[in-house]
Every structure is written in structure tokens, then in C-alpha cells.
Design a protein around this ligand. Sequence first.
Ligand code: AMP
Length: 214
Amino acid sequence: MNIVMLGAPGAGKGTVAKKLQEEYKIPHISTGDIFRENIKNGTELGLKAKSFMDKGELVPDEITINMLLDRIEKDDAKEGFILDGFPRTINQAEALKIKLNEKNTKVEYAILLDTKDEDIIKRLSGRRVCENCGKPYHIETLKPKTDGICDDCNNKLIQRKDDTIEVIKDRLNVYHKQTQPLVDYYQNEKVLHTIDGFQSLDAEIIEIKKILNK
Ligand code: AMP
């Protein structure tokens, strides 16, 4: 089963994708996570991506597309995948389509988490993540048991550089200009499903499971 999660930054694509990964035993693949991992490990790819990410801009397609197409070739993605943060441009969607066509398959579900920008700004500017395992928290709605410390691995919580108000606004602009056209793109492919991105995670998962189990 090949699934693409669509939605603005901070809509909750990663959280939903992680739940679906447990449920359907197919990997959650986040291009943002792959870039952050590379930055942490000081790789050449990480170095190239960092300057774009810090400004809230998209990493160029020639870097991103090859990285993602290599990732979905891995053994764990043989039965499918849940993409989170890819595609982000029509060009990326077309590259994915061509690759999947070669394997006689396609994106079967594009799930849009629908949100309002003002809610996203509140959500992302209050987000904190564990610097070690990446687990997300929120300064008001999802506090850790001990202030500033990850419940799971006891490491420090930090604010992502791209979660400051200025960069969030830039990321939303980039989303509306470059990524939102994918909603029409997947609508034309007849695989688009839209759900309210500001319900509880449980409610979202129930809705998505109904779509996927049809
Ligand atoms: P995310 O964690 O999905 O919000 O991604 C964080 C940042 O990584 C984005 O703001 C981009 O700079 C970069 N990024 C992630 N996925 C992509 C993609 N598919 N295309 C270009 N840049 C990406």
C-alpha cells in the first residue's frame, strides 16, 4: 500500500504516519527526518540541505528526489510506504509517479490533513522536540513530565531552528505556493482524501483506517 501524507508543515503528518506505520507494518518515510539525520551526522548531503532548511526553503529537487527514490528501493518498502513531506512539488510527484510506474504500481492514497494557518502558527511555535529521538512536545498542549526533558530517553528538548515565527511564516508561504498544487494533482489522479487536521489523533486514525480498509 503506497500512501502519501499531504498537508501544511505542522499539520501532524509525521504523528499520523507513525501510527499508520505500526498499524500497517509499512515504513514511515520522512524526507525532513532523513535530512535532519544527515545534518546530525555531518554528511555532505546534510551540509547541502542545512542552509535551505534553516531558511524554511525547499531543498532543491535534484538532491531530494534521488534521496527519496533510493529510500523506497530498500527492502522494508517492498510492500509499500507512508511518505511524509514528499512530494512537495509537482516535479517531485511526477518523478515518484514515473518510478512507481516502472514497478507497475502507483500512489494509491493521498491523505490531506486540512488545517488553518493561524492554528499551524500556534502549534509550531510552541513545538519542542527531543534533540536525541525527535519525539515532539508542545509548551501548552503536550508537556513532558519533567520540564525540558524527553519522557522517553531523558534527553534535552529543543526548539527546531525552523519553528520560529518568522521561519514558520516562510514555510507556510512555500507550502501554499509550491506544495498545495499537489492537492489538485492527486485529485486528478483520483486518490485524494481530505480529513480535518485539527481533530484528535485517535479521531484522525479512525477516519483514515476507514479510507484504507475500504
Ligand atoms: P519537514 O520536517 O517535513 O517539515 O521538513 C523540514 C525541511 O526539510 C523543509 O522545510 C525543507 O527545507 C526540507 N524538506 C523536507 N522534505 C522536502 C522535500 N520533499 N523537498 C524539499 N525540501 C524538503
